[in-house]
Design a protein around this ligand. Structure first.
Ligand SMILES: [Zn+2]
Length: 215
């Protein structure tokens, strides 16, 4: 499994393309907004001969969904989100200009996914984990064999997602991290919605919000 990371838009959001040896891929959180960002994504897909199977949002904050409409139109794929993100998705239409993204185009989801669902593409599977706290319907994706987690804005290197936006709750977020993410092996790589990758063991030890020092 290959995980390609792009950093897009003024909020430095991490967009991921995940694919395997079959060249089938999924796109998670397309934050591409400017034409050059969309072109970069398109070019990578073309150069690597990838076939896009599905578009997924970990959650529907604006920086993670700016490119939804572009991807849907360009590749004719379905958008799937957790049902509890519908409020965020609808609100984005109205807050987009305030955040400096007046050209944002709304895009309705085609289907919903939830905890325990499996995302399948090529020979690969990602397990869907429901991790509320940063957003009401936040989900993450895990493949235990590959030892990877794509965690959106739940956990960052030495930080956690903000909880002051609608649907956010600090204790719920800490609970999601400690009781769900931290049950995975220390060596599991975590791909974050912002900033560099990290791993479970490092965050257990050094995260100032949910690491050992806070126990
Ligand atoms: Zn967010």
């Amino acid at each position: 499994m290959t995980i390609k990371q792009f950093v897009f838009n003024a909020l430095s959001e991490n967009t991921y393309i995940v694919f395997d040896e079959t060249r089938e891929c999924i796109i998670i959180d397309p934050g591409c907004y400017e034409a050059d960002e969309k072109n970069e994504l398109k070019q990578y897909i073309a150069e690597n001969d990838l076939k896009v199977k599905l578009l997924i949002n970990t959650h529907c904050h604006i920086d993670h969904i700016l490119g939804n409409n572009f991807i849907k139109n360009e590749y004719g794929v379905k958008l799937v989100v957790h049902k509890k993100e519908l409020d965020n998705l609808k609100a984005t239409k109205f807050v987009a200009p305030i955040y400096g993204f007046p050209a944002y185009e709304h895009c309705d989801p085609d289907a919903y996914i939830e905890d325990g669902d499996k995302i399948e593409f090529g020979n690969s599977t990602l397990d869907v984990l429901y991790l509320p706290g940063h957003a009401a319907g936040h989900i993450a994706f895990v493949n235990e064999k590959e030892n990877i987690c794509i965690a959106g804005d739940v956990l960052f290197k030495e930080s956690i997602g903000r909880t002051d936006l609608p649907g956010g709750d600090h204790n719920t977020l800490i609970d999601s991290i400690k009781n769900q993410l931290f049950k995975f092996p220390d060596s599991m790589t975590v791909y974050c919605g912002h900033g560099p990758n990290t791993n479970i063991g490092y965050e257990k030890q050094y995260n100032p919000f949910c690491g050992e020092a806070t126990n």
